[in-house]
Design a protein around this ligand. Structure first.
Ligand SMILES: Cc1cc2nc3c(=O)[nH]c(=O)nc-3n(C[C@H](O)[C@H](O)[C@H](O)COP(=O)(O)OP(=O)(O)OC[C@H]3O[C@@H](n4cnc5c(N)ncnc54)[C@H](O)[C@@H]3O)c2cc1C
Length: 550
């Protein structure tokens, strides 16, 4: 099979020779390096590669070329090899063109000339893009194969686990692929799908996560029994704690039950994370962060679920689902949360456009003098209803429980009852939302009765479930299970959770000294990637302060 190609195009012979030299030096062993002196010549070369069924991993084009600019060339090249990663070589004055190209041709990167020394300014960028291409492009394939059916949850789990852990695989649907079906039948795996075939000839049927993780070479066991810091959860907050902790000389182990990246890892494109003008996929961000943490020496233990925490002062001990135990001086909980969806007709269509999670204060003014619905019966829903009552014409609270008192503090119940434009429907559930372009109606059921009401927006307060079950009785949580830290624990004398020391808890410290929390799992935080990353990194400075005292 021909090696994937890297093609470079520049009309200046000296620059072209220099790029080719640098490319050859590092990439010739695994790639074919092809050069062209104009866009037209490069397109001809690409056409030939396409005809022969070869692959192109990377295209490096100069922007300023006569006849055809680099951007024009990349646009044409994308028609032939849409998955090839693209780099534009620019002069300082071409920065605007390069930024424009990010939108127009999905440019992956632009590099200012000159790029000396290449070890610092060229190779890190290209290494990254080539790795990204290798993991994501439909390259000719002789790796792991997953044989199963599209609608089987176990097959989906296996594919999801591999994809989110950045393990390339190919899926073969046995309902469409006769050869794959024959392999499954001859292995006797029809009732134990998926069947996973590995390049070394071994197979796994209906694999457990741990077995799969072991087989694909992910670390599933800690290398040592004791660490300075154990981080539970490797979403953005945990990964940031791993990077900062390890880079600052701490021995760090991170334990992740599913895949690095957490909720962010499931996002197809994160557009608002600083430094990625083109956006970045959650898996890509997770891959980079995990590699960064490991480069500094942090261990990432995958397919390991923490089920218990005990404090043997000053040592903290975590117990994993397989019964193994790991001890540490400081523990960081970064286990995030799961957002539940309403799962009713219309929800997907209007999500973010009439259906919102939480208080969405920024949206309140949009629905001034219109009827809005608040779904949920806990304090957060009550607070939301009070806030919306100042803008909306009418606020209807939809509460599944038979009374408002069941999950809400009495002071809030009293406030709601004395607010004229809030109505409470107890024992009621949402069946759907509907409208031509925006929400106009909500369908409800109270007891046996199903009915419609006019609605302009629906704010959902039933969704966030923090991953803190294993911490109940160990550290102080709020009424919804989110972790209380620092000032949330209250003032001296009235502190919740039995804080034992004279000093105040640090900002991200829980009610147990030396156990910290970061990211979505904390009470009262902004739930965003940047926020989680910020908390994970800042948390390490509090860990240092704590370690200096014990
Ligand atoms: C689909 C989607 C799209 C999003 N898009 C954006 C966006 O565009 N921009 C933005 O800023 N934010 C976005 N968010 C929000 C953002 O992803 C979260 O705020 C962020 O991921 C929180 O990071 P975290 O590390 O605190 O928690 P999480 O990302 O939830 O990570 C927690 C990790 O802990 C692991 N874990 C849990 N319990 C255990 C246990 N007992 N043992 C071991 N491991 C455990 C979980 O498996 C998970 O990997 C999005 C969220 C979702 C769901």
């Amino acid at each position: 099979m021909a090696k994937p190609a890297i093609i470079t195009v520049d009309d200046d012979p000296q620059v072209l020779a220099a790029v080719e030299r640098d490319l050859r030096q590092r990439y010739a062993a695994a790639h074919r390096i092809i050069k062209a002196a104009s866009g037209a010549e490069a397109l001809e070369a690409l056409g030939g590669l396409k005809q022969r069924g070869d692959t192109v991993a990377l295209i490096v084009a100069d922007q300023r070329m006569p006849q055809m600019t680099g951007t024009e060339f990349l646009l044409a090249a994308a028609g032939l090899f849409p998955q090839a990663r693209t780099v534009l070589l620019t002069a300082y004055a071409d920065t605007d063109a390069a930024i424009q190209a990010i939108n127009d041709v999905g440019l992956d990167h632009y590099l200012m000339k000159p790029w000396d020394p290449p070890e610092e300014r060229l190779y890190p960028v290209l290494d990254d893009l080539l790795e990204d291409w290798r993991l994501n492009a439909d390259a000719p394939y002789d790796g792991i194969r997953v044989l199963g059916t599209t609608w089987s949850p176990r097959t989906h789990d296996t594919k999801d686990f591999l994809a989110r852990n950045q393990v390339p695989y190919r899926f073969l649907d046995i309902e469409r692929d006769a050869a794959a079906r024959t392999i499954v039948e001859s292995a006797g795996a029809e009732s134990r799908l998926p069947l996973v075939l590995f390049p070394d000839g071994t197979t796994l049927m209906e694999p457990e996560r741990r077995a799969l993780a072991d087989k694909v070479g992910l670390q599933t066991e800690a290398k040592a029994p004791f660490y300075d810091v154990v981080v539970v959860g490797a979403g953005p907050a945990g990964l940031a704690a791993g990077v900062y902790g390890a880079s600052e000389g701490l021995r760090v182990a991170m334990i992740e039950r599913e895949a690095t990246g957490g909720q962010a890892g499931t996002s197809s494109r994160i557009e608002n994370y600083l430094g990625f003008p083109k956006g970045i996929s959650g898996t890509d961000l997770a891959r980079r962060a995990a590699a960064q943490a490991q480069r500094f020496g942090a261990e990432i233990i995958t397919a390991g679920e923490v089920v218990g925490v005990t404090v043997e002062d000053p040592v903290k001990v975590v117990t994993l689902a397989d019964g193994s135990r790991l001890s540490c001086r400081a523990l960081i909980i970064a286990t995030g949360m799961t957002t539940r969806t309403l799962g009713v007709p219309g929800y997907e269509r209007f999500a973010g456009a009439g259906v919102y999670y939480g208080a969405a204060i920024t949206e309140a003014a949009t629905y001034k003098d219109e009827p809005v619905f608040v779904i949920g019966g806990a304090n957060s829903a009550g607070q939301g209803a009070m806030m919306f009552s100042r803008f909306a014409s009418h606020v209807t609270m939809v509460v599944r429980a038979p009374t408002l008192e069941e999950r809400m503090s009495q002071y809030l119940v009293d406030q709601i009852r004395s607010t004229a434009n809030i109505e409470v429907l107890v024992g009621t559930e949402v069946l759907g939302v509907d409208g031509p372009k925006r929400i106009e109606r909500i369908t409800l059921r109270t007891g046996e009765e199903t009915y419609e009401r006019p609605a302009a927006a629906v704010f959902i307060f039933v969704g966030a479930v923090p991953h803190t079950d294993f911490l109940r009785g160990v550290i102080a949580l709020n009424d919804r299970g989110f972790i209380l830290t620092g000032p949330d624990l209250g003032a001296l004398g009235t502190r919740v959770g039995g804080w034992p020391l004279e000093r105040d808890p640090y900002l991200m410290e829980t009610s147990v000294p030396g156990i910290f929390a970061a990211g979505d799992v904390r009470h009262g935080v902004v739930r965003r990637v940047a926020s989680a990353v910020g908390q994970g990194s800042v948390c390490i400075s509090f860990v240092h302060e704590y370690l200096a005292t014990v």
